[in-house]
Design a binder for this molecule. Structure first.
Ligand code: BG6
Length: 481
């Protein structure tokens, strides 16, 4: 049975409580936390949105969302009943006056208050300001925001300024849902709770690092948002950057929010500017049944990228000379997120008949089948002489920890961390800005170059230039599927 850390009671207000993220992620996650017994029975969740709705109608709405997003076997009617009993609703004009007083009446004094802004970023500043002005933001309050946290450095700075006009940094929870993924946290356990890897974790022993987030889905219904953003802003600036930071950072002195975030920030600041020649942009084209990127966006001439590959360098003592290759894309052959640490080859091979030399590799798999694999070379069994073979030393968490091991959804952990007041897995304002600064330089180089993204087949393994980016360094990407 998983250990549950109890949390104190809370009032959670979800602005955009009837929106897509609330339906898909926030409410189902809270339901699950209630079922496992982490959510106090007197905790309350208050949906806030523009539309008029009775409490009962909101409860029904949530019930339907749970039906849609939670498997029937995990959804006992009595649990659903208890959960919706903890819900309330208020119709509210986010940037006007209406509804704020009513919201105030619903909130209890002296309990943790969390305001989850599950709304577009253009509303963040206005809501934060009203929370302060109306006195609803107490010292025990927290505000939760999620990407897009800006479109570039300038807008990110503006957003940070708006938030910090009403909340202290230690009250601001910036979600990157990748930080809530089980294996991402396991990366920290792997690195800092095992003595085995750390001595090898540097340019001296690591040839290069590959970070891949490949998706098989396309942009589908999200074309409106995505076309203004592209893979660089949607994935690299945040999710892949966070994975890079956790992989590359120095051991923090303590497992505490600012100690961890200081180390991540140092990594971002040590990133070299990336020349355009070390980047690849791609856009998927139709292939058989699969439509093209352009089928899903308004602009028929869009040059937004649905794929990015980047070679980057971290200029510090630990990593100088070890490239980090990042790639992410939509409509690829498979769904795979992993961090691969490729170690250097042996300095001298005593098995000269082995023509292909490949070093050990440590693969941290985020999804699917979360787990860790160490690639080793062994003797190919049998009497055929000294032939070598690569084998994986594999630990799939589901096998190692048993089928009942609880792998909670990222949002479950993150929301409970908000209530507990633990910011370790949330981004600090300066981190977000530093990541934008690095990203902006690449975006500017692309803009200046005026090169169109290279087309790649939907369902394939990405643009050719991406393969070339590796080949020219005598390396190759790991298979996506
Ligand atoms: C989101 C992006 O932040 O992450 C999406 O906006 C992407 O475009 C998604 O599909 C990927 O998340 P996950 O958890 O499915 O890997």
């Amino acid at each position: 049975v998983a250990r549950i850390i109890p949390v104190e009671t809370f009032d959670l207000v979800i602005f955009g409580g009837t929106g897509d993220l609330a339906r898909r992620k926030i409410l189902p996650s809270l339901f699950h936390r209630m079922v496992v017994g982490q959510m106090p029975t007197d905790a309350r969740i208050i949906g806030a949105a523009r539309g008029k709705m009775t409490r009962k109608a909101f409860q029904e709405f949530v019930e339907e969302s749970l039906e849609e997003f939670i498997d029937e076997s995990e959804r006992k009617p009595e649990d659903v009943k208890t959960f919706v009993g903890q819900l309330d609703y208020v119709a509210l004009d986010a940037l006007g006056e209406g509804g704020w007083e009513e919201l105030g009446k619903k909130l209890r004094k002296d309990v943790v208050r969390a305001f989850y802004l599950s709304v577009g970023p253009s509303l963040f500043g206005g809501i934060a300001e009203r929370l302060k002005k109306t006195g609803l933001a107490t010292p025990k309050s927290r505000i939760v925001v999620e990407k897009p946290l800006g479109h570039d450095l300038e807008s990110a700075q503006k957003l940070n300024a708006q938030l910090s006009a009403s909340f202290k940094e230690n009250q601001i929870y910036r979600i990157d849902h990748y930080l809530g993924k089980e294996t991402v946290q396991n990366l920290m356990a792997l690195r800092f709770a095992n003595a085995l890897f750390e001595p090898l974790w540097s340019a001296q022993h690591v040839d290069h690092v590959q970070i891949t987030v490949a998706e098989n889905i396309g942009v589908e219904g999200r074309g409106g948002y995505y076309d203004k953003s592209g893979a660089m802003r949607d994935m690299i600036q945040n999710h892949l950057m966070q994975l890079l930071c956790l992989t590359a950072m120095e051991p923090p002195a303590r497992f505490e929010p600012n100690a961890v975030r200081d180390e991540k920030l140092k990594v971002i600041r040590a990133l070299d500017p990336v020349p355009a020649a070390d980047t690849v942009r791609g856009q998927y084209r139709a292939n058989g049944e699969d439509g093209s990127y352009l089928d899903h966006v308004e602009n028929p001439d869009s040059t937004t990228e649905s794929y990015v590959a980047i070679k980057t360098q971290i200029s510090n003592w630990r990593w100088a000379g070890t490239p980090f290759y990042l790639r992410t894309g939509k409509k690829l052959r498979g769904r795979l997120s992993e961090i691969a640490i490729i170690f250097k080859d042996v300095p001298h091979s005593i098995f000269p008949e082995v023509d292909e030399k490949r070093g050990n590799a440590l693969i941290i798999r985020l999804q699917p089948d979360e787990g860790i694999t160490l690639r080793m070379t062994i003797k190919d069994p049998g009497p055929g002489g000294m032939r070598l073979k690569e084998v994986p030393l594999d630990m799939t968490f589901a096998d190692a920890l048993g089928p009942n091991a609880e792998v909670a959804d990222a949002y479950e952990r993150l929301i409970m961390d908000v209530i507990r007041g633990n910011q370790t897995l949330f981004m600090r304002g300066d981190e977000v800005e530093a990541a934008w600064e690095w990203t902006d330089a690449i975006l500017a180089a692309w803009e200046k170059g005026g090169k169109k993204p290279q087309a790649y087949d939907a369902g394939g393994s990405g643009p050719e230039d991406s393969l070339a980016l590796m080949h020219r360094d005598g390396r190759r990407w790991r298979e996506i599927a």
